[in-house]
Design a binder for this molecule. Structure first.
Ligand SMILES: Nc1ncnc2c1ncn2[C@@H]1O[C@H](COP(=O)(O)OP(=O)(O)OP(=O)(O)O)[C@@H](O)[C@H]1O
Ligand SMILES: [Mg+2]
Length: 848
């Protein structure tokens, strides 16, 4: 150990790290240390002067070769104690400088890991005091900031770290756990990549997808940093062995593999040492997040095992750094708890706002029949510069939609919008698939970790990946063509949708490809590669293509169907505009259709939370009065301030006119109140009296449908109103706290609204009192523009959910037109129930 006058030890591995970064070869350094001892000046002098030819001329960029590592001695630092992180990054002080007098600047100036000319000059002219280098601050000290700046410039070409990156690095250097919450594309990866460059130790990164690990390793290799990834598939002992021997600066692993490699990781922690465990996309830990992965939850073993209490050779616990762009307050708490992160964990929180993203929402059936209208503009954008002849592009990967054993439309049939939609359903032979009870397979799940056709790979610095062909430019693509337009990602909810839409876009002349979790993994890798090298203009993907994709020039994210949560939406939208340029995020969804949950195994509590998230997302889509960016960041607990983004459709178009809903609200809530009273008065009233189409008996709580049917029947002025409109009113009343959902597991559309105390107060207010002013939401506006068609088709669509009705329709016994023409048979008992309701209503009116 090298002692300085301040009494602080500078360990040999520190010297090795610094000299390696300067470009000296490992075996030469260790040989020199063996001869002259762990003193930097002596080691450098020995290498430069003692053996003349020892120095590899350091130059910007990459110095170490992979072969250097293979010749590495088994235990180069033999008996030296394992140094701490602060040893590496804050080893020099003013007192050292003073103590070494004139030598100080020469001794310490070559601490600069990337200022290669300074190194040479400093070492070669020992007698002269050196001018201050980039690594010295005004007091002549070398500090963390300087070192970070140096490696940042050398490896990434950036001039400085961002504030939140600095905070995270400070936490790491102080051996603290840290939770980094920062917007998509803000640069979270650097927070865990830089530590690998500041020490000789290894950074272990836990990541949820091979595609993500692959992309990051590829980039690191280009930046001169060796890395590898270990998926959960068939282990490659060669890469795994090298990784566990410390041959790569950064080791990406999936959670499952971390758990399997606990013992080798402990050895790695001993030598050469683990600088940090980074858990990327850490929202996957939480059951309340949008992409829960059970293996992530088991990562608490990291905090439990890699601490100085358990591993005696550690001076400090190995810090954990957890990172995500999409965690609500609830999820954050869950992360800290589930990973058993230290109670001193630093939470680094930045704004989630992405100022260059322009959010828009549009109503669409989002079925094949609406492709032409919805994608006209996109097709025009790409075709404008190339005189499209009408001869479509080659489809990257032809998949027979029939073989997908499900149909896109069938997902939506239960609430399709109008006659056209029904015709589409018929055309697409959806009837066949409707018979199937289980539709789970048609929606895509988040992919498993092994989303590529390889389970591990190594990426040596400045070299091409060994297991991967570097993306080949498509023969059809010149590097400049259409780059200005930038690529587009279209997210669709179903696997079949990806294929259908990609085919449609290809036929329209675009270079498009489908991407979903069920496609061959080799195809998925090909799409990734072609997307990254601009050979593709559009990727039509499910949620399988989302997290962490870092391509700077994505200009458009189109969601063609409602996402499951605002977290998922913001995560996917965050793929756009990572170069800071204006980019569009457009959500197409049906305002008329009731969104459904992706099938998944959930407890009741999780189902409740999942519906809540879906509901928030639906509210976002239907919103007509609040800036979209404001809603999004508020969702993550951030106050946006009074102004909007001035870019989204709401900020541009302004809200619709306010409406006084007092009368409608009064009628609606009176009916609900009557239903409630009816139930409590034990009149044996329930919804099955009203409908005999297999609907559930709700046990005496108010029922939305019954209430609306009653209103339409009994109040002539509301006879033409649409259920969709009343659903909108129910949302407004719920927001105001006047009604609440009584169902145990609330759905996206209110089912059993009951008046609250505030609602009852409102009901008893005088007619001349203040009105109930609100902006109608997007569904209400739409319903007002075409009241009949909407409700009738919704009824029709709902019928399909009933196995009996479906059977009859498929058997041709009943059809929509026939039903429309014929008189609608009132279910027995309907009149009686209405009469009862009337009686209660007039009774309660009399009471008031
Ligand atoms: N200090 C910096 N200065 C300039 N650019 C930076 C800086 N840090 C990171 N970047 C750039 O920001 C881009 C996004 O980085 P990164 O992929 O780490 O984002 P992220 O925060 O992890 O996003 P996501 O949440 O989507 O995964 C990268 O291309 C990176 O080069
Ligand atoms: Mg990231």
């Amino acid at each position: 150990m090298e002692a300085n006058s301040s009494g602080a030890d500078v360990s040999a591995d520190h010297i090795i790290a610094e000299l390696l970064d300067m470009g000296f070869e490992f075996d030469k350094i260790s040989e020199a240390i063996g001869i002259v001892g762990p003193c930097r000046a002596d080691v450098v002098e020995f290498m430069l002067n003692g053996s003349g030819s020892e120095q590899r001329k350091p130059a910007g960029g990459l110095q170490r070769r992979s072969s250097d590592r293979s010749t590495r001695p088994a235990n180069p630092r033999g008996n030296f104690k394992q140094s701490s992180i602060t040893d590496h990054i804050a080893s020099t002080t003013g007192s050292k400088m003073e103590s070494r007098g004139g030598e100080a600047s020469t001794s310490y100036s070559w601490l600069a890991p990337s200022i290669d000319t300074a190194v040479t000059a400093a070492v070669c002219s020992k007698s002269k005091p050196e001018p201050q280098t980039l690594l010295q601050n005004s007091r002549g000290e070398f500090d963390l900031n300087d070192k970070i700046s140096a490696v940042l410039k050398k490896h990434f070409g950036f001039s400085c770290v961002k504030g939140f990156q600095k905070e995270a690095l400070d936490a790491w250097s102080a051996h603290k756990d840290c939770l980094v919450l920062a917007a998509t594309g803000s640069g979270k990866s650097l927070c865990f990549q830089i530590p690998a460059l500041l020490t000789m130790k290894i950074v272990v990164v836990i990541s949820p997808l091979i595609s993500l690990m692959h992309d990051q390793c590829l980039k690191l290799a280009k930046h001169g940093i060796s890395a590898c990834f270990l998926g959960s598939g068939q282990p490659d002992n060669r890469v795994e062995g090298k990784a566990m021997a410390g041959m790569y600066k950064i080791v990406y692993v999936c959670p499952e593999t971390v758990l399997r490699l606990m013992e080798p990781l402990k050895k790695l922690a001993e030598k050469p040492g683990i600088a940090l465990f980074a858990i990327d996309e850490v929202h996957c830990v939480s059951k309340w997040g949008h992409d829960f992965r059970p293996d992530y939850r088991r990562l608490s073993v990291l905090r439990e095992n890699f601490c100085s209490r358990k591993l005696k050779f550690l001076e400090h616990d190995i810090p954990l750094m957890a990172l995500t762009a999409t965690a609500t307050l609830h999820v954050r708490e869950d992360i800290l708890k589930s990973l058993k992160m230290s109670e001193h964990t630093l939470v680094v929180l930045t704004s989630f706002f992405r100022p260059n993203l322009r959010f828009t929402v549009k109503h669409s059936k989002t079925s094949a029949s609406s492709y032409r209208e919805d994608f006209k503009e996109l097709i025009g954008t790409y075709n404008v510069s190339r005189n499209f002849s009408g001869k479509g592009q080659k489809i990257l990967h032809e998949v027979d939609p029939e073989s997908e054993s499900s149909s896109y439309e069938s997902v939506d049939d239960s609430a399709s919008d109008d006659e056209d939609a029904v015709a589409d359903i018929k055309k697409a032979k959806v009837a066949k698939s409707l018979v199937k009870e289980n539709t789970e397979h048609e929606l895509d799940q988040y992919p498993g970790v092994d989303d590529f056709d390889v389970s591990c790979g190594e990426f040596l610095e400045n070299s091409r990946p060994e297991n991967f062909a570097f993306p080949v430019q498509s023969h059809e693509t010149s590097s400049s063509e259409n780059l200005d337009q930038g690529p587009t990602i279209v997210y669709v909810p179903t696997r079949k949708g990806t294929v259908e839409l990609a085919n449609y876009l290809c036929k329209s002349g675009l270079k498009a490809a489908a991407y979903n979790a069920k496609m061959p993994r080799s195809h998925l890798r090909q799409v990734h590669e072609q997307f990254h090298c601009n050979a593709l203009e559009v990727v039509v993907a499910t949620i399988a293509f989302g997290m962490g994709i870092d391509k700077s020039n994505v200009r458009r994210i189109i969601h063609y169907g409602l996402p499951q949560s605002l977290e998922a939406y913001y995560q996917e939208a965050g793929r756009a505009g990572r170069d800071g340029k204006l980019s569009d995020c457009t959500l197409y969804c049906s305002f008329m259709r009731t969104p459904t949950l992706l099938p998944n195994k959930r407890s009741d509590e999780q189902t409740r939370a999942a519906y809540r998230m879906l509901l928030d997302c639906f509210h976002y889509a239907l919103n007509t009065s609040t800036c979209r960016a404001k809603i999004l960041v508020k969702y993550f607990g951030e106050d946006f301030g009074p102004d909007g983004c001035q870019m989204c459709d709401i900020c541009i178009n302004g809200p619709p006119q306010m409406h006084d809903f007092k009368e409608e609200a009064g009628v609606f809530m009176n009916v609900l109140q009557a239903q409630t009273e009816q139930a409590t008065e034990g009149m044996n009233y329930n919804s099955t009296d009203c409908y005999r189409s297999g609907r559930r008996n709700f046990g005496g709580v108010p029922d939305f449908r019954t209430a609306v049917s009653y209103i339409r029947e009994k109040f002539p002025r509301f006879a033409m109103t649409d259920k969709i409109w009343w659903q909108g009113l129910a949302r407004i009343l719920e927001d105001m706290g006047y009604i609440q959902e009584a169902a145990e597991i609330p759905r996206v559309i209110v089912q059993h609204p009951e008046p609250t105390r505030a609602g009852l107060n409102f009901l008893s207010s005088q007619p001349d009192e203040e009105g109930l002013h609100a902006h109608p939401d997007a569904a209400m506006l739409l319903a007002m523009s075409s009241p009949r068609s909407a409700s009738s088709s919704v009824e029709w669509g709902r019928g399909w959910a009933d196995p009996e009705i479906r059977r009859q329709r498929l058997a041709g016994k009943t059809g929509r037109r026939k039903r429309k023409r014929g008189s609608r048979k009132q279910p027995t008992g309907f009149t009686t129930a209405k009469e009862r309701l009337s009686a209660i209503l007039s009774k309660s009116k009399r009471r008031r």
